[in-house]
Design a protein around this ligand. Structure first.
Ligand code: R5P
Length: 349
């Protein structure tokens, strides 16, 4: 049965990603100007081609020619259309919606590269799906994040490069070297450009996110507050307690994922009720499923800033209170350093 072109073809180099600003592309190109492009190959799955193209642009490299297509029964077929023997290959693929299709595509691309004798294969997952299933929430339940890590490892990846893992210890689920990048420097630059930093309070929308929020507060020298969601007694509705001083302040909510938007919208209301002047949110991964975009549009949040780790939908692109920052220059720099055996952690510390 011949494969059919029912899914976007991954072979042609497209336009620069809409989410990478002209200045960012220029700055990234200037950084690599005069330097030989690293001897690597960048391959894109179908989950986030604009980001893969933007990363390739930052590295002054073309995307490797490949097709990722479907058979009539929707099985995935991959064909790498140039020699990769002995090459250092980076596959850009977020395992975002549709998570199972995008994950399977990644595994099959890894297999194709392995059988084509690539020297080293790095799975670049700007968004690592299934990360929230990182422990057993009850008896007889899976730890799907560990299963997904095993699958990527077993398929033949030599390294993983990812961004703002839901929990840092997921790094340990992989038995291969795994670099977990942080979007914080990209967010800090945006905050510095837009706000007087001493007006700001960084807020974690739940107790689980305190370490992440404290990290950002430290970077910008702001104070920290926490929204503590509690159900005092079974059957009673949750109470939002705000720990920390927010009265008369501009609040910046920080989290890794916005999915339904419920956590953020509730936190924004609690902060305004405690006297905050306005509430903005900076999140790495805009999962934004179901009616999340309209919920955020109708909420008390002034602005939601996300990154392009997940390809923004049309609804996100046109939403008046959602802004997208590109992580392409950051990912490109980390890829270049990995290829050149240079420190990646020094990008952040
Ligand atoms: C939870 O631990 C995560 O960090 C996010 O707070 C959560 O996934 C957000 O989900 P939602 O937007 O559906 O409230």
């Amino acid at each position: 049965m011949p494969p059919q072109d029912v899914v976007k073809e991954s072979s042609k180099r497209g336009q620069r990603a809409a989410t990478l600003s002209a200045e960012e592309t220029q700055a990234a190109s200037a950084r690599v100007k005069g330097q030989r492009p690293p001897k690597i190959k960048i391959l894109a799955g179908n989950s986030n081609r604009p980001l893969a193209e933007a990363i390739a642009t930052c590295l002054n490299l073309p995307l490797t020619r490949a097709t990722v297509r479907r058979f009539a029964d929707m099985e995935i077929f991959v064909e790498i259309q140039e020699n990769v023997r002995g090459e250092d290959v980076f596959i850009i693929q977020s395992t975002s919606f549709p998570a199972n299709d995008n994950l399977m595509e990644l595994l099959i691309i890894i297999d194709a590269l392995k059988r084509a004798s690539a020297k080293r294969i790095t799975a670049v997952l700007p968004y690592f799906g299934y990360a929230r299933q990182d422990r057993k929430p009850g008896p007889r339940t899976p730890i799907s994040a560990k299963l997904v890590a095993n699958l990527i490892d077993k398929a033949g990846a030599d390294r993983v490069l990812t961004l703002d893992l839901h929990a840092a210890q997921i790094q340990g689920f992989f038995d291969i070297p795994t670099d977990n990048l942080f979007a914080a420097p990209v967010m800090v630059r945006d905050l510095e450009e837009r706000f007087k930093l001493d007006d700001l309070v960084v807020v974690s929308p739940d107790v689980g996110g305190v370490v992440r929020a404290r990290g950002l507060a430290k970077r910008i020298g702001a104070s920290l507050a926490i929204v503590d969601k509690r159900r005092e007694r079974a059957g009673e509705s949750e109470v939002m307690n705000v720990i920390g001083e927010v009265d008369g302040k501009r609040c910046i909510l920080i989290d890794d994922i916005v999915d339904s938007g419920g956590t953020l919208c509730n936190a924004a209301e609690a902060l305004l009720a405690k006297g905050a002047i306005e509430v903005m949110a900076y999140l790495t991964h805009g999962v934004l499923s179901g009616g999340a975009v309209s919920r955020i549009a109708a909420s008390a949040l002034k602005t939601l800033v996300i990154t392009d780790s997940i390809q923004p939908t049309e609804a996100v692109r046109v939403a008046s209170n959602i802004r997208v920052l590109s992580i392409a220059p950051l990912m490109a720099e980390a890829i270049k350093r990995t290829a050149n055996e240079q420190s990646v952690s020094s990008l952040f510390y």
